[in-house]
Design a protein around this ligand. Sequence first.
Ligand code: DX5
Ligand code: ZN
Length: 210
Amino acid sequence: MKIAPSVLAADFLCLGEQLQKVEAAGADLIHLDIMDGIFVPNLSIGFPVVESIRRGTSLPLDVHLMIKHPLRYAQRFCDAGAWGITFHIECADDIDETIEAIRKGGARPALSLRPSTPAERLLPYLSKVDMVLVMAVEPGFGGQKFMPEMLDRIRWLKKMKPDLPVEVDGGINVRTVRDCAAAGADICVSGSKVFRAEDIRAAVLELKSE
Ligand code: DX5
Ligand code: ZN
């Protein structure tokens, strides 16, 4: 399983050191949760931190926009060094235009959806994006419980489009990462289980071994 540690749960006082640790342990991507306090009831990090993280790791930056207006900021996240940019199908901007803007900016576009949003809404876009991010918790906060019903969503996506990478976000631990692997997921995001672990390196290795 590919693992994308989410810095939402990191200790920002020693972020550089923690990024080095997950990279040395073999993490595949660095997941960055961007929240605007409107699309989700929480705020997180913005451009200055993303730019610093870009210099603090050689891993690809997997940017997850939980914001109402992703189109407005797509180019700036591309310029800040995003490798991939995931935005939500429930956002207020035109989906096709946003996919196009991300691609034009040089990053890989991906779509995500809240657990309560019907997966069928993704159908018109499955051949236009480079990845789907399945939320296994309500977006906005780390440390929540994995919703097992989302495993069916992973299986459905893999049936609809076997070659499209599926990433899973929220509530990932040693048990749920195994279930996601069995359902066909390609990448799992993990915040608290990696950065709140006593041994960050061991936590990454354990999740990766699935
Ligand atoms: C939630 C974020 C997640 C979060 C995951 O809105 O999208 O990326 O950091 O945290 P854990 O792994 O603690 O559920
Ligand atoms: Zn996320």
